[in-house]
Design a protein. Structure first.
Length: 312
């Protein structure tokens, strides 16, 4: 190996933080470069730095292993405790930020969360997505626009939300009608859309598993402030997946999954009494940015997709 190659390898495998991590790097270097090797190196280096800093006892190390084992035991087809762990540590939100950057002025992207459904039928503008009519009315008017401000006609606006008790339709299929509080609309020629719904309530993430126990031990909550989810797609523009939060929700500063951003906080305005139910109004602009050209994946030889057989 010549000096230039040595330098490139050193850049790719930065200085290790323990003799074991150093040896791990040395062994990796003999195997050639790959995205997987770079990730393994970074993980080992980060974990060794953590161990060097915290100096855990053997018992503490065993407790950490037991916790991770328990997280695995809680994860199944209906309940993904690993995703929950990534969410409450802010990792899911960070990954979303990195993979879906938005220019200044565009509505920020957020995680979709576990309750999205893609099979909701389209409704006419002005439709009511509350199929059981339970809750305080919320009239939503909005516009889908490009960065320069022009309205985008024909954009598809999907919305989904929890009900007035903080529960999604697919969390309690026996109590809520199919597609309750879910809608799909197409903007008019000026980019406008509107629909009627009910004011959503905030909710808590599951607290009965190891992640909930960890958060409780840390004194941290699992609350999510009240919000509507949106997904907006239009030809030639990046699909936007985002939340709009009720800025008056008491939990607005402590969203358990770090989805709240200043641009995503809105006022759910209480309208003057008009004889009937309390009614709120929400007006919003959803700003799309032009579609990016596909970027090349980092690194050359992509070995992320390791089969089960090769990992045992
Ligand atoms: Fe949600």
């Amino acid at each position: 190996m010549n000096g230039q190659q040595d330098g490139a390898q050193r850049d790719r495998f930065p200085k290790a933080v323990s003799t074991q991590a150093e040896e791990f790097s040395r062994r990796l270097e003999t195997m050639g470069q790959s995205r997987l090797a770079a990730a393994a190196q970074a993980a080992v280096q980060g974990l060794h730095a953590l161990i060097t800093e915290l100096r855990p006892s053997s018992d503490e190390f065993r407790q950490a292993i037991d916790f991770l084992t328990e997280v695995g035991h809680y994860a199944d087809a209906r309940r993904q405790e690993w995703v929950l762990l990534a969410d409450v540590m802010g990792m899911s939100s960070l990954i979303e930020d990195q993979n879906s950057p938005r220019p200044h002025g565009a509505t920020p992207n957020t995680v979709a969360g576990p309750f999205y459904r893609s099979d909701v039928p389209e409704m006419p503008l002005g439709g009511n997505i509350s199929r059981d009519r339970k809750g305080e009315l919320l009239e939503v008017t909005g516009r889908v626009v490009a960065l320069a401000g022009e309205g985008l006609g024909g954009a598809v606006v999907e919305v989904w939300q929890a009900n007035a008790e903080g529960l999604y339709e697919n969390q309690e299929p026996d109590r809520q009608p199919e597609f309750n509080l879910r809608g799909r609309f197409r903007t008019d020629s000026q980019g406008h859309f509107r629909f009627t719904t009910v004011k959503p309530k905030g909710y808590s993430l599951p607290s009965d598993g190891p992640v909930g126990q960890l958060m409780s031990a840390l004194g941290l909550g699992l609350e999510r402030p009240a919000h509507l989810h949106f997904r907006v797609s239009a030809d030639g523009f990046e699909t936007l997946t985002t939340h709009i939060f009720d800025r008056s929700d008491p939990a607005i500063d402590r969203d358990a999954i770090f989805g709240v951003k200043p641009e995503l906080m809105a006022e759910f305005r209480l309208l003057p009494p008009n004889g009937g139910k309390r009614t709120y109004a929400l007006d919003l602009n959803l700003v799309l940015c032009p579609q990016r050209r596909d970027e090349q994946p980092l690194g050359g030889d992509d070995r992320w997709h390791v089969s089960a057989a090769t990992t045992t």
